[in-house]
Design a protein around this ligand. Structure first.
Ligand SMILES: Cc1ncc(C[n+]2csc(CCOP(=O)(O)OP(=O)(O)O)c2C)c(N)n1
Ligand SMILES: [Mg+2]
Length: 619
């Protein structure tokens, strides 16, 4: 029998995590960069004590549990899922605060390890502070809420269970196909309980991140489909970026002439000026991408999960004989749309395909159309970047200024509101890691917390967080954590006095923006003047250097100063909500009331019933 060491369950956990590494393409890195945590009675004496005794596994103090999970997600996304953080919370509200963060991570397929404290395993002192009791069983706690939002969930009721739970957690976290939030629910008494662990459990372990190769027969069939297609279109999703397949994609697209449209997570797969790039795909897409998708006889989806924003709620592909090739590490996604499943790493699949479709090229007519769409689109972007809107600037002008102030490697971070759609259409990406959108969960509040994670993963890059006033009001407190960690963010708050995006949607659905603006209650309704918020004062109070900027020149100068600054800055810009970027050749299914007292709603419903008929099943 080998040597053994006596440790608490919490100490064993931290010691194990410290020794986990990953390796891909010959590069080895520690998987965990440390642990974020907010302590309470449910973890202070367990995980908290263990972290204190392992100073080489850094501890970070955030301001909110949801935010710390977003920070871990931002870090993991920026690291192409090769690194992440553990996150520990107390029991009860501290734990459930992490549920939204867990869902955000899982939907975006990002690894985060959650260690929520849990109620006593020994039970005799129940109900403990913050314990929600259930009359039908004692074998449940609020931490069971993590089950549907985690890719692996376990409860550590005895210390020795760690011997099987921790490796299982690592397998899922490092699996390109299965990764997401992993939750190990950790009863408060078990954390502090000691047991004998085999020393070899704590030796360095390397998890090789595979690049799985597709089935040879599936590859042959894919080649046949590609050779016989007249109007193929590639849809590049997040899998292209995570697999670091940008160069392989650029070569394949150049070699074959096949145009490439990008999802939110896939944006940046190609530089915006690549001759085959037709830009954003779907609801927030460009005319070129959406017209080509509508007519395409072959869609090659690479690393995409085909969300409704990509498929225009299943209306994007109207060619009656359209077929799909789905290149994806996850069989689950590869099987979508009745497609040919090439279950493979994106980079490997693109290299293999490039080697076997040699000599194949799309027609010159098709290439001319792509070039035309590209030229027309660049003109439209220029128009929107220089709208000369007044008296307030438009959001598109602000995006143009931020884009021009950014160096190619700088990163823009965003998540919810009207900004994601405008950025998806307009932002000119010049580096695969320069565009960071959390648009799987589109979680308001991700922006600043996630931006901190991006900066921690890439300290040499300037990070520009673009955030709406609504999102800022939901979760701005991590500015304080940025100051603590000397992590500099360039935060830009776009103030349109409420929910511009949902206000627009409400208008489009005939409901006139009901409940979407920050207005005083007046005559029973929220219809008074705007309730003012001094965002600059709010940000300064947490230590950021904050300014207000109004004109195009003021904004440009403020951002140039911000980029040069050493500490976190916040630039507050009031924007004209009515100067919206339009949609192009697409549609999104948001069901409109079937019966209503309002004529506007009835009219919109009529139009809705026509449009919804274009939704297709791909069986
Ligand atoms: C946590 C969360 N709650 C609600 C929503 C629904 N929602 C999407 S955008 C939005 C408004 C965002 O407002 P703001 O950040 O000011 O951006 P704007 O729409 O004004 O551009 C809301 C409420 C969401 N995405 N996330
Ligand atoms: Mg707003």
């Amino acid at each position: 029998m080998g040597s053994r060491c006596r440790l608490t369950a919490a100490q064993a956990t931290i010691l194990f995590l410290k020794n986990q590494h990953v390796e891909r393409d010959g590069t080895k890195t520690p998987f965990f960069a440390g642990c974020f945590g907010i302590f309470g009675h449910g973890n202070v004496a367990g995980i908290g004590q263990a972290l204190q005794q392992n100073p080489d596994f850094p501890y970070f103090l955030p301001r909110n549990e949801q935010a710390m999970v977003h920070t871990a997600s931002g870090f993991a996304k920026m690291s192409n899922r090769l690194r992440t953080f553990a996150c520990t919370s107390s029991i009860g509200p501290g734990a459930t605060n992490m549920v939204t963060g867990a869902a955000t991570a899982t939907i975006n397929r990002l690894p985060v390890l959650l260690l929520p404290g849990d109620i006593f395993a020994r039970r005799n002192v129940a109900p403990v502070l913050q314990q929600l009791e259930f009359s039908q069983t004692q074998d449940i706690s609020v931490n069971d809420c993590f089950k549907p939002v985690s890719r692996y969930w376990d409860r550590i009721s005895r210390p020795e269970q760690l011997l099987t739970a921790l490796p299982a957690a690592m397998r899922v976290l490092t699996s390109p196909a299965e990764t997401g939030a992993v939750t190990l629910s950790f009863p408060q008494d078990v954390q502090a309980e000691a047991a004998e662990f085999p020393s070899e459990f704590f030796t360095q372990r390397i998890w090789n991140i595979p690049r799985p190769r597709g089935d040879a027969e599936a590859l042959n069939r894919a080649v046949t489909l590609i050779r016989s297609a007249n109007q193929p279109l590639i849809i590049a999703g997040g899998g292209v970026v995570y697999s670091e397949a940008s160069l392989a994609l650029a070569r394949f697209a150049q070699q074959t002439g096949i145009p490439v449209a990008e999802t939110q997570a896939g944006k940046g797969s190609l530089p915006f000026d690549h001759p085959q790039s037709v830009g954003a795909m779907g609801v927030t897409g460009t005319p070129g991408a959406n017209i080509l998708a509508r007519e395409a006889d072959l869609i090659i989806g690479i690393g995409t999960r085909y969300s409704d924003f990509t498929t225009a709620s299943k209306t994007a592909f109207q060619n009656p004989s359209v077929q799909f090739i789905n290149i994806n590490v996850a069989e689950f996604d590869a099987a979508k749309h009745g497609g040919l499943q090439l279950v493979s790493d994106a980079k490997v699949a693109l290299e293999e395909l490039a080697a076997v479709v040699t000599g194949h090229q799309v027609s010159s007519d098709y290439e001319d159309r792509i070039a035309q769409f590209r030229t027309q689109w660049e003109k439209e972007v220029e128009r929107l970047f220089h709208l000369h809107n007044g008296p307030l600037v438009s959001q598109s002008e602000v995006i143009g200024i931020v884009n021009s102030v950014c160096a190619p490697n700088d990163v823009v971070v965003c998540a919810a509101g009207s900004l994601p759609g405008d950025l998806h259409k307009l932002w000119r990406t010049r580096d695969p890691k320069s565009y960071h959108l959390e648009y799987g969960y589109s979680c308001m509040g991700y922006e600043i917390a996630g931006g901190l994670g991006v900066k921690m993963a890439a300290p040499d890059r300037e990070v520009f967080v673009m955030v709406g006033d609504g999102s800022y009001l939901m979760m701005a407190q991590e500015i304080h954590t940025c100051l603590q960690e000397h992590c500099k963010l360039n935060i830009i708050v776009l103030d349109n006095h409420g929910f511009g995006s949902i206000g627009g949607l409400s208008q489009a659905c005939g409901s006139n923006g009901f409940g979407t603006h920050y207005r005083y209650r007046d005559g029973g309704q929220l219809s008074g003047d705007f309730v003012p918020v001094d965002f600059a004062a709010n940000a300064s109070s947490m230590g950021a250097s904050a300014v207000r900027a109004r004109t195009v020149d003021e904004i440009r100068h403020a951002l140039i100063r911000s980029r040069a600054a050493k500490q976190t800055t916040v630039t507050v810009i009031e924007v004209d909500e009515s100067a919206r970027v339009p949609g192009y050749e697409s549609w999104w299914d948001v069901p409109v009331a079937e019966v209503s007292e309002t004529k506007a709603v009835r009219d919109v419903r009529h139009d809705y019933e026509v449009k919804v008929k274009r939704e297709r099943h791909f069986i």
